[in-house]
Design a protein around this ligand. Structure first.
Ligand SMILES: [Zn+2]
Length: 271
């Protein structure tokens, strides 16, 4: 039996979504220890569903690839509220966000990596994803003979804002979502990849069709993963957004009227 203590550990951010599950599946037949990390963001409706799906995927992987019983470590779960935001990360992220609209999550993911002393945390950014362009000229492809070739940053000056992206390795930067589909079929793990879950705002336990990951999935050729209802919502999403805005406005007007009535009542009683 091999000695698993001597193997390299691959740290990977895993959310149970299409991209990070694909990255995880690229590791199952590699001679490494797989250590997933998941940050629990309780503000997101989907976190329970994501954890449920990851459990399901884990069981399917252990069943299909028995060798992973030794190498697939339990996921390290961390509450977002327990991630201490690093001041340097905060400032650099804010600058980048102003210039490029970089998502909020990079602030706390980079802080998490820095606090945990990780500089090789796998992050599943895909080809043409929003941040790949930011690192143009600061990327190098690594082929270490152990993992599938991956990308990492190189020569990023410490004082550059983009240095917050140096804590990561990027295993799927060469892939589109359809490339992943094709590879998963070729490698024989499509059945497991298809268990993944990407929607941030599920409706009745089904993808919503209108959140950012749903829109990206539909526009990247994965619309068949969503229900006809979700596709209908996607097509009517502008109308849907307008309707929700109206409902929110109505709730505020109702609340203000109620407050006004209470104030009047109080005033009249005082007279
Ligand atoms: Zn959605």
């Amino acid at each position: 039996m091999s000695n698993y203590d001597n193997k390299n550990t691959v740290n990977i951010l895993w959310t149970g979504g299409w991209d990070s599950t694909f990255s995880l599946l690229l590791l199952v037949d590699r001679d490494v220890i797989i250590q997933p990390h998941y940050i629990i963001d309780r503000r997101r409706n989907s976190y329970k569903k994501e954890i449920e799906v990851m459990d399901e995927i884990r069981a399917a992987i252990l069943d299909k690839y028995p060798i992973t019983r030794h190498s697939f470590r339990p996921t390290i779960y961390t509450e977002l509220s327990d991630v201490k935001i690093d001041e340097e990360m905060f400032i650099k992220h804010k600058n980048l966000q102003q210039d490029t609209g970089l998502g909020d999550q990079y602030n706390w993911i980079a802080s998490y990596a820095k606090n945990a002393d990780l500089n090789d945390l796998q992050m599943s950014i895909v080809k043409d994803g929003s941040i790949s362009g930011l690192l143009d000229g600061f990327f190098e492809k690594v082929d270490d003979g152990i993992l599938q070739p991956y990308w990492k940053t190189t020569n990023v000056p410490d004082d550059r804002d983009i240095s917050i992206l140096s804590y990561f390795h990027y295993p799927v930067l060469d892939y589109t979502k359809l490339d992943m589909l094709e590879t998963s079929k070729k490698e024989g793990f499509f059945d497991i990849l298809n268990l993944s879950w990407s929607c941030h705002k599920p409706i009745n336990d089904e993808p919503c069709g209108i959140c950012k990951p749903c829109i990206i999935a539909i526009e990247s050729g994965l619309s068949w993963r969503l229900t006809p209802k979700a596709i209908r919502r996607y097509k009517l999403r502008r109308l849907y957004a307008f309707y929700n805005k109206l409902v929110r406005k109505f709730v505020i007007i109702k609340k203000n009227l109620k407050n006004e009535r209470l104030n009047n009542h109080y005033y009249i009683n005082k007279l």
